[in-house]
Design a protein around this ligand. Sequence first.
Ligand code: UDP
Ligand code: MN
Length: 269
Amino acid sequence: MSKHAYVTLVTNEDYAMGALALVRSLRLTETDADLVVMHTGGAPAQALKPLAALGARLVPAELLPTSDAFNERHQRARLHANAPFTKGNKPSFHTPLDNFAKLRLWQLTEYERVVFIDADAVVVRNIDRLFGYPEFSAAPNVYESLADFHRLNSGVFVATPSEASFAAMLARLDQPEAFWRRTDQTFLQAYFPHWHGLPVFFNMLQYVWFNLPALWDWNSVSVVHYQYEKPWEQDHPKAAELGPLIDLWHAFHSGENIPDVETLANPSP
Ligand code: UDP
Ligand code: MN
């Protein structure tokens, strides 16, 4: 076992598809770190098999033992009503409450440091140097404007597992009336107000492709994160604009015709 691990979370069949593309992409970076998929009972065993076949360690995880009142406040329809998503659409298979189970990575104390990556992301070049970054490091939630730099995105972050940290976080999370409008992301930003900023290239959000194209440079992009609509959704509203990125995801998912990042950076004329 390595002292480092890349960790993702899967609570249903859709995100297991995402994790397959992610795990395959990580394998191709030739990392020595462990690849860990935390999964709840909602993820069918059949959908987890290909992850194990790629050498991922499957670690059962339960949703957090949050109170009924907390769970009701963060229930999907209620969260969408009280904190509407105005910039993009969340797929029907996205359950906000499930996001909080990410915090279970602090219980993976067999590792000295972990890098969490959302299951809706792919890694296009080796990012092992992230294990040398301190807790808590994350990239800003940039996909529209400079104001985005004030917020972090919790799709990629560096953390140090510790049961004491996990217990402290759980206590802070489920306070009376606590409402985390963007779930784990809002919580982590509040919990780590002095978070270390990673370059945006470690968590390049797909909307940058059409909103801030000047920022997109394949010579630097390391992780592509499909926030909002997922590349495996049929004909989603942004699919036409995101064509090349969706094709890239499908290559990683199928394992066929995966382009080299150098080729993406220097396409032949
Ligand atoms: N997740 C999951 N099931 C859910 C919701 C979230 O497994 O119903 C996990 C999965 O790893 C996912 C991450 O939590 O990538 C965060 O959700 P998502 O990526 O959909 O949020 P976005 O990046 O669009 O904000
Ligand atoms: Mn995501």
